[in-house]
Design a protein around this ligand. Structure first.
Ligand SMILES: Nc1ncnc2c1ncn2[C@@H]1O[C@H](COP(=O)(O)OP(=O)(O)OP(=O)(O)O)[C@@H](O)[C@H]1O
Length: 337
């Protein structure tokens, strides 16, 4: 089956008098399959929005091939526009209009039957608030209204650029629940974010971009497993002696003020036995699993150094991309792709 989104070799540079030429996206690849909730992760300024804008024809790419639902983007996008809902950047609404009226107008403008408005409000949990003016909506409710506007078309593919941006924890949770429930209805979702814990909770697949290049892609679990060093946190009486014994058993040991980190084996029994045989009883033996945040920081050099990717998929550079799955606007922010 052909992918829902395929991007290969996307390049885009911006030129300005003041800053000269700035490469925003630099030979970027991405593949999103049907039914995935796919996280698009990268530090600020790494090229996420530019990629999505290029995909939706909002900015002209310098090079690269892109398809959306089998149509070449941007040339053939009008053919599939009715099957794609997208929100790129913060949407603006008229504060004086109610949520219901806002959606009704958008439905009329988009040639969508207006009886979809109630369902869209229902899906985003605004059915009971649809008669209130948007001015009185919280930021989270406005974001959900934006998602509702993208859902009017009953899309097969939903593209959300930083949907949790600016939301408080309750709003972030609302967006998370909404994204999950949409995914359960079978919509393919591509969601960009730099909030890693959110992506880990919502997404099954992920593509990580750094300085305009893909640095990792695949199932979230597989990407994380690729960074699992099989280390354990160990708390034990006499940590110095314990460290010596473990090292003598051939295990690398890192000493921290109140615990040891023991790597190398992936075998908790070996650690417990090595210490127990010498009368050192282990208080804690916890596997240290990488999370998206630690992987992201390792791949992208951390938020303070977003321009230094550690691994890139530039064949000329000879570096390795971590590809773990062999897979086979406008100012309003609301985009009819
Ligand atoms: N219209 C533009 N003109 C000039 N430079 C731009 C323009 N749009 C983006 N850039 C630059 O391209 C780079 C990538 O920006 P982009 O907005 O795509 O990143 P991002 O990953 O979406 O970041 P954020 O998470 O902060 O939104 C940045 O250096 C940015 O300053």
């Amino acid at each position: 089956m052909s992918p829902v989104i395929e991007i290969s070799g996307l390049r885009k540079a911006f030129r300005s008098l003041r800053q000269g030429r700035r490469v925003a996206v630099d030979g970027f690849d991405m593949r999103v399959e049907a039914g995935q909730v796919h996280g698009f992760l990268g530090p600020n300024g790494s090229g996420k929005t530019t990629t999505l804008r290029a995909l939706l024809g909002l900015v002209r790419a310098d090079a690269g091939e892109m398809t959306v639902l089998g149509a070449r983007a941007p040339a053939e996008l009008p053919r599939v526009a009715g099957r794609v809902g997208a929100i790129v950047e913060s949407p603006q609404f008229f504060g004086n209009f109610t949520g219901y009226r806002t959606l009704r107008l958008l439905a009329l403008a988009g040639g969508v039957p207006t009886d979809r408005v109630d369902r869209a409000l229902e899906l985003v949990g605004l059915r009971d608030r649809g008669d209130e003016r948007v001015r009185g909506y919280s930021l989270g409710m406005r974001q959900r209204l934006a998602v509702a506007s993208a859902l009017l078309k009953d899309p097969e593919l939903l593209i959300l650029d930083e949907p949790a941006n600016g939301l408080d924890p309750a709003g972030i949770r609302e967006m998370r629940d909404l994204t999950r429930s949409l995914a359960e209805t079978g919509v393919t979702v591509l969601v960009s974010s730099h909030i890693l814990a959110e992506i880990q909770l919502i997404c099954d697949h992920v593509t990580i971009i750094s300085a305009g290049r893909r640095v990792a892609a695949g199932r979230v679990d597989d990407v994380l497993a690729g960074f699992d060093r099989h280390e354990f946190r160990v708390r034990v009486a006499e940590p110095e002696r314990a460290a010596e014994l473990l090292r003598a058993a051939g295990l690398p040991v890192g000493a921290y003020p109140d615990h040891l980190v023991v790597g190398g084996s992936g075998d908790p029994e070996l650690i417990a036995r090595t210490l127990g045989e010498q009368g050192l009883w282990v208080h804690e033996l916890t596997p240290l699993r990488p999370d998206l945040e630690s992987v992201f920081l390792e791949l992208t050099g951390g938020p303070a150094h977003p321009a230094v990717p550690r691994q890139v998929d530039d064949a000329q550079a000879g570096d390795r991309v971590i590809e773990l799955e062999a897979t086979g606007a406008e100012d309003s922010g609301r985009v009819d792709a």
